[in-house]
Design a protein around this ligand. Structure first.
Ligand SMILES: *Cc1c(COP(=O)(O)O)cnc(C)c1O
Length: 427
């Protein structure tokens, strides 16, 4: 796979380089020069999820990795199911929350961990990441016990839910967690400082594992094929998929899927009140507002860093603007929609409800609709129970994590303190 930097096309990299580097020069993201359609999509759709996903990823990555290596990586990464549930006539929910941390981020994080373990020739690698919730848990579980790789996770002390926190702070081993006396922005600032510190960067072999990494995106392409494979054949070509969007990585993966031959009619990227892209679609002006806190907090992003990738596919007519929708759902409507879905007998958390509403607003009459459930309702227990007036059972991974002690250390929001600590511990 040959990629170029969307802000500076003279920077060309291989897949391996793009995975190791993450972000390109001038904060530009890497994107494939071209995407070749798959041959015989019908035969692919007949295969099981892991076999098909290995073929799709081999096709995308190309000859940089042998097919049997990719197959092995996929088998390790995708060791939990994807479920398509019909919640109302012709309306399907794609459940992506059956992984170890109960959110779709497990797919990308686990495949990225396989990639880094594969590309690493015995060098020391340290994943340093700040989390406001779901990413930390997905990354920690994905890299847990991977040889030669340490993970350092910073989170704002007391500002994330106990369930979110316990999903990564209870692992131990190569997962090192710090509760920072400060905000999420303070945590991000500490990470930024570390990446500017050449000594720390080279001594520890820093990598951020954040959501702009191309390995996470290509992994996510696979479950869109699984969704369509589980749909009756006659409904496939015109199906409409709605993706709850924050950083726009997930919908980018759907679009890459469509470009390489996924039978799908239309795509919706549905946001919460942080509606930079929906407003851009109306007047083509890019005017991000200050980020607002929402019930769907994993989508509280006003400058989505995967948007340049989506826009490049639309501007190059790889996917038609006519088939792409982006609308927003406000806080009041998010709650109303959660209650509407409850009427069908299904329980959706806020992110999932937003995807459902994107479908209701934009789908053509008669077309099958698929909305993505990106997190298990129990991950957002308080808001779900409060809004729907129900009690949720705790799924096993969450109950297990809650029963274990937190192994995080407290640290001040002070770069010198962090620097001393991680150099002492990891070099
Ligand atoms: C991260 C996340 C999203 C947003 O996905 P993007 O790829 O950033 O658009 C939606 N829902 C949940 C539960 C998430 O954790």
């Amino acid at each position: 796979m040959q990629l170029h930097n969307l802000k500076d096309s003279s920077q060309q990299v291989s897949f391996v380089e793009a995975v190791k580097t993450g972000l390109g020069r001038n904060q530009g993201v890497f994107f494939p020069e071209s995407l070749t359609p798959l041959t015989d999509v019908d035969a692919l759709l007949d295969m099981d999820f892991v076999t098909r996903s290995s073929k799709i990823l081999s096709h995308l990555i190309g000859d940089e990795l042998p097919a049997d290596t990719v197959a092995h990586m996929v088998k390790n990464a995708f060791n939990f199911p994807v479920k398509l549930v019909e919640v109302a006539e012709n309306t399907y929910c794609l459940e992506l929350f059956h992984g170890p941390t109960l959110a779709f981020k497990d797919f990308g994080a686990r495949f990225m961990a396989e990639c880094l373990a594969q590309f690493n020739q015995g060098d020391k690698v340290t994943i340093l990441t700040a989390t406001s919730g779901d990413t930390g848990a997905a990354v920690a579980h994905a890299f847990y016990n991977k040889p030669n790789i340490d993970v350092v996770i910073l989170y704002p002390k007391g500002k994330i839910s106990l369930a979110q926190q316990k999903l990564f702070t209870t692992l131990g081993g190569n997962i090192h967690c710090y509760a920072v006396e400060g905000s999420f922005d303070d945590c991000q600032e500490l990470v930024k400082n570390a990446f500017l510190d050449e000594e720390v960067k080279s001594t520890l072999g820093l990598n951020s594992a954040n959501s702009i990494n191309i390995s996470r995106l290509v992994a996510q392409v696979c479950y869109y094929f699984e969704a369509i494979a589980q749909l009756p054949k006659a409904k496939r070509a015109t199906a409409h998929i709605s993706v709850p969007s924050g950083n726009f990585g997930n919908v980018c993966a759907a679009m890459i899927g469509a470009v390489i031959g996924l039978p799908v009619g239309k795509l919706s990227a549905t946001t919460n009140q942080n509606d930079t892209v929906p407003r851009f679609m109306l007047d083509k002006n890019w005017t991000p507002n200050a980020t607002l806190e929402s019930l769907s907090n994993a989508m509280d992003v006003s400058k989505p860093n995967n948007w340049p990738r989506v826009q490049s596919m639309l501007d190059n007519n790889w996917f038609s603007y006519d088939n792409f929708y982006s609308t927003s759902v406000n806080e009041q409507d998010t709650q109303t929609v959660m209650k509407n879905i409850q009427q069908t007998g299904y329980v959706a958390e806020p992110h999932t409800a937003i995807a459902y509403q994107g479908l209701v607003e934009n789908r053509a009459p008669g077309a099958a609709g698929i909305f993505l459930a990106t997190a298990h309702p129990a991950k957002f227990k308080d808001s779900v129970e409060g809004i729907l007036n129900i009690e949720l059972a705790m799924p096993k991974p969450l109950a297990d994590a809650l029963a274990k002690p937190c192994l995080a250390n407290d640290i001040n929001a002070d770069y010198d303190a962090l620097r001393t600590e991680i150099l002492k511990k990891l070099s």
